[in-house]
Design a protein. Structure first.
Lengths: 154, 756
């Protein structure tokens, strides 16, 4: 067991966990932050995407102990109180999800992608969101939502 | 059947509303099964068989038990004895861990429960198992496979059928015959949410959070297995992270989680891993279909023969009714033959996957229709128009509504079909791509399962009226929360914003399975009847008052509108609903009766009409001229599904079906090792589904009118029709682009190169 202090959504949490605990399981099973989803546990689907210092990562491929001292943002930390982040609002408006299970990962990934600032066109959005699988098939609407959020935030 | 009330100034039904559960979903607040707010849960993980046929000779769990944090290990040797389950709700005929026989690779053989997930996962690796293995049967054409020819499918429809004389018709003078065999591989649902169960006991009462398409069915099944009264089992499922059929029946892991919770006396959480999803909750079976079409020179079909081969495990119960879902209903033909043959193999059990039967069935029939159109030199749309039927060929019952011709017309117009050069390899794209245009018909039956629902109207804190509709149905991502809210709002005549809908909990009035695209139709009918009961209750109170303006009116003569109960004929005769809620009485309530006779889910028993949705897909593919990689560039899909309650969520459903169909046509295939029978690509990197860059323009349209013969709302459901026919439309477009006909999905570059 090791003591790990994680800064999540601006709050510090200290956990006594095994070093092998992934960041995803630390969030879900030890901190009760179940908004981040497990879709494969292999870094293949993107459902567990969170932001670490503003960059998107697959939290299932990271150990919690690796992120001491980092600023971790999960889906629960994107809105300001009841005011949705522009990406969240655009996902609702454009129906960018159906079951909603990949959605926290899609939204965190989109926020990370906008931070990167490389996508300009729809094709570039598609390519740079390729790591987030949506089995319901909301891709067209996800692109529309990201396009709108991009226009609003840049 | 009575028509619906469309009394609100702008009916909430038909509006493109945002999802009412949207905020919860984008904020990470939607609680899926594994997110259940249950404290102190311990973790269960499953151990699966590594052979696909044989017997477990011995199991040694001593090292598992000594591993840190382990609380219990369940194996066939110590599994608590379960009662016989009600058969209809179980996916497999065998109760889990009830014997030592291995029937397929990836069969559950043990459960390890530990204090943390990490401890459970680690400990599970220490289980020692010795097998006596036998050579498995892995192919439906293996002579060692047991063969069955089932008479009927679970909905009572005939799987072996001959109408007229097919052989004589095919041998007729001047008849052009197309006969080809089409095949589809095993496809695995892979919803993003892996199946999960959180179970806990309080004395003899069991509570289960389960990722399921059917909370009520799950309760019935768990109650019978554990010898409980149904009311002592509560199943909750407020959100489902996609299902597509794999969460319909009860699979073993749900039972194992409940049994483990009983053994350890604590809440147990069990989530299948992604590899386990390939063997633990079904898949679409391999299909091999031979289509024989006979037609006159002008394209008129004289015979359709549709022979289907499918497979399942020894304990599976699914039949993929390919011919029933396609040739039985789509085109006018005086002679029709359907056969279905099932092989028993040592591969995990199969189950319904989005449009079971209709999806592979339309791939075969709609590919064959394209081949016939080419043989006859008739435009593919024209060939379908020539063979239009207004009744189902297998039972000659007229369709309740039938607008497929309008689907063809509008689809062709939106797509620009008239610009198509019929010659294969005749069209090229801006960068020299080979361009192909193909089309196909989509179809899916109207299903509606028995359902109860309740509506309560009450005075809110602000003094205004609000309503809550409720039914133990499920929202799989379909938009059920939203469309049920819209239907409730319409029926009680209140604004959408003042209405809520509750689902996914067996404490609510019993609902049916959310499968067969049946939820909106089933719940809608139930809500309509519940609203009728609510009107009756309100009218009785109103007429009990002196000088009631509604005196003498019958319940069928009043309507709920603008917070009033009003006469339909003379709207000025009205009573404010607030006046009917006396002090101390919180709400007016209406709930429909159980199992109304009108709500039958057995198409075979229908006497007057066939309820069937139709649509048309028009597809443009680009195929690289050097390495023939296919890109689906443009899709126009036009659907007639009766009344569309919410065009926004319904459009998303059709898009989702089309996209899963693109995946099926181009990528998806579960591969099994030919020697061991184990799944080779049991993960989301190797089982390839569509990702964002695979999807380009998909345009959806709806035509048609409310199907009020089917239910009081007039809808036939929209979850599955999008994935029918799209596979063939893509294959037809690929043929148009390349001149190569691929009859074996998926259409890979390797298959195209091989045939060039």
């Amino acid at each position: 067991m090791v003591n790990v202090t994680l800064n999540i959504n601006g709050t510090e949490h200290t956990l006594a966990i095994e070093p092998r605990v992934t960041l995803l399981d630390a969030l879900r099973e030890y901190l009760g932050l179940s908004g981040t989803k497990k879709g494969c546990d292999h870094g293949q689907c993107g459902a567990c995407t969170v932001l670490v210092n503003g960059q998107r990562i697959n939290s299932c491929l990271a150990l919690a102990v690796m992120h001491v001292g980092d600023q971790i943002t999960t889906i629960e930390g994107l809105a300001e109180g009841d005011k949705l982040h522009p990406v969240q609002a655009a996902f609702i408006k454009h129906d960018g999800f159906q079951c909603g299970y990949c959605t926290p990962g899609q939204i965190c990934s989109a926020v990370g992608m906008l931070n990167e600032g490389h996508a300009k066109t729809d094709d570039e959005i598609r390519e740079q969101m390729a790591g987030n699988i949506c089995r319901c098939g909301a891709y067209q609407n996800i692109v529309a939502a990201v396009r709108e959020a991009m226009a609003r935030t840049t | 059947m009575t028509s619906i009330d469309t009394a609100a100034p702008v009916s909430p039904v038909g509006q493109p509303r945002d999802r009412v559960d949207g905020r919860a979903k984008v904020m990470g607040r939607a609680t899926y099964a594994a997110d259940a707010p249950v404290r102190n849960a311990v973790h269960a993980v499953i151990v699966q068989s590594t052979i696909s046929r044989g017997r477990i000779e011995s199991m040694d769990a001593s090292a598992v038990e000594k591993s840190p944090g382990v609380i219990a290990v369940l194996t066939p040797n110590n599994m608590p004895k379960l009662e016989k389950a009600s058969p209809d709700a179980q996916a497999e005929t065998r109760t889990p861990l009830s014997d030592l026989e291995v029937l397929y690779a990836g069969q559950h053989i043990a459960v390890v429960v530990a204090d943390t997930l990490e401890h459970a996962q680690h400990a599970a690796t220490f289980l020692k198992v010795d097998y006596a293995a036998k050579p498995p049967v892995l192919d439906l054409n293996d002579p060692a496979a047991k063969i069955e020819r089932p008479a009927k499918d679970p909905l009572g429809q005939k799987l072996q059928l001959e109408k007229g004389d097919v052989a004589a018709a095919l041998a007729g003078a001047g008849v052009i015959v197309v006969k080809e065999t089409y095949s589809t591989p095993v496809e695995t649902h892979n919803p993003m949410e892996m199946s999960a169960t959180v179970a806990y006991w309080e004395g003899k009462k069991l509570t289960v959070w389960d990722a399921t398409q059917a909370v009520v069915s799950r309760r019935k099944s768990l109650a019978s297995l554990f010898g409980l009264k149904p009311e002592d089992v509560r199943v909750l499922c407020p959100f489902v992270g996609g299902a597509f059929g794999c969460k319909g029946d009860q699979w073993p892991h749900t039972v194992l989680a409940a049994a483990a919770a009983q053994v350890v006396g604590r809440p147990v959480k069990l989530m299948l891993t992604r590899p386990e999803m390939f063997t633990s909750c079904g898949h679409r079976p391999v299909t091999e279909q031979t289509l024989t079409l006979g037609a006159t020179k002008d394209g008129r079909l004289v015979a359709i023969k549709h022979e289907t081969k499918i497979e399942d495990s020894d304990v599976g119960k699914h039949i993929e009714p390919c011919g029933v879902g396609s040739s039985a209903v789509m085109y006018a033909t005086p002679n029709l033959a359907l056969t279905h043959q099932l092989s028993r193999v040592n591969i995990a059990s199969t189950t319904f996957m989005r449009a079971p039967g209709e999806n592979p069935g339309t791939f075969a029939l709609e590919s064959a229709m394209d081949e016939l159109a080419i043989a006859l030199k008739i435009d593919p749309v024209q060939l379908r128009l020539v063979n239009y039927t207004d009744k189902a060929p297998h039972n000659d019952l007229p369709f309740s509504t039938s607008n497929v011709k309008e689907c063809y017309r509008l689809g062709a117009e939106k797509f620009g079909w008239h610009l198509r050069n019929p010659e294969p390899r005749s069209m090229t794209g801006p960068r020299g791509e080979r361009v192909g245009w193909g089309m196909a018909t989509a179809t899916y039956p109207g299903h509606r399962f028995p359902n109860q629902a309740r509506i309560r109207v009450f005075v809110d804190r602000d003094g205004g009226l609000s309503a809550i509709g409720a039914s133990a149905t499920q929202d799989l991502g379909t938009g059920a929360y939203t469309v049920c809210t819209q239907m409730t709002a319409m029926l009680v005549g209140l604004p959408f914003e003042r209405v809520k809908f509750e689902l996914g909990d067996t404490n609510l009035p019993p609902g049916g399975v959310s499968g067969g695209s049946a939820t909106t139709a089933g719940v809608g009918q139930a809500l309509s009847e519940a609203a009728g009961k609510l009107r009756e209750a309100a009218l009785e109170i109103a007429q009990g008052k002196i000088d009631s303006p509604l005196a003498g009116l019958k319940p069928t003569e009043v309507v709920l509108r603008d917070a009033h109960l009003a006469s339909i004929e003379n709207p000025a005769q009205a009573v404010a609903l607030t006046e009917l809620m006396t002090v101390g009485e919180k709400y007016l309530e209406g709930m429909n009766e159980a199992n109304p006779a009108s709500a039958d889910n057995f198409p075979a028993k229908r006497k007057a009409h066939t309820f069937q949705s139709f649509g048309a897909h028009f597809v443009e593919v680009y195929v690289d001229p050097d390495l023939p990689i296919v890109r689906v560039n443009r899709v126009v899909s036009v659907m007639d599904v009766g009344r569309v309650v919410n065009p926004k969520t319904a459009g998303s459903q059709v898009q989702g079906g089309v996209i899963m169909g693109i995946g099926q046509a181009l990528f998806e295939e579960t591969h099994y090792d030919r020697n061991t029978g184990r799944v080779v690509n049991d993960n989301l990197a190797d089982y390839v589904v569509c990702v964002n860059p695979d999807v380009h323009s998909i345009e959806t349209h709806f035509v048609g009118e409310p199907d009020l013969l089917f239910n009081a709302i007039g809808c036939r459901g929209v979850g599955e029709i999008g994935i029918t026919g799209i596979n063939a439309a893509i294959a037809n477009a690929v043929h148009h682009a390349t001149g190569v006909r691929v009859r074996d999905l998926p259409i890979t570059a390797a298959k195209l190169l091989r045939q060039v």
